[in-house]
Design a protein around this ligand. Sequence first.
Ligand code: CMP
Length: 150
Amino acid sequence: MAALTGTGSVSANDWTNVLAEVPLFAGLPKRHLKAIAKLARIQRVAAYSEIVRAGDPGDAFYLILDGTVTVRPPRRRAVTLGSGAYFGELALITDAPRSATVVADGEEVLVARIGSKGFAKLLENEPKVSVRLLRTLAGRLQASESSASH
Ligand code: CMP
């Protein structure tokens, strides 16, 4: 997918339009996207910075708007995620520690961060989003089982 922010810089006003481009939120009514935008904070993450660390408690969910990150589970293969992908849902849904360390790749990454309370609201209010998250979750669990290296 092309960078979601490729057409210009993100201001508070066009933020809802940026969310509308994300597959996780595809097909949601504009007023729902506006409500979701209110739950999120845009953050710029410097190249090579750690965004979450394996073993830490989960406090937020992250949606990648631009750039790529590498997910490094402690005993499994690394995975690269790019624009439109997300991470950090696992610890919030399972209440377990972070399952992997996630690091920005060689360029600045733009993310939308939704704190744990906001994420709980999102799940409650948006059944479509919840189902999409569940599908991804199942895929990630399957991938982590089939790529176990020990
Ligand atoms: P969480 O455990 O909260 O923090 C680390 C995140 O990395 C995790 O949520 C997932 O979002 C992501 N993650 C873990 N394993 C994989 C995987 N195999 N593929 C893609 N993403 C993963």
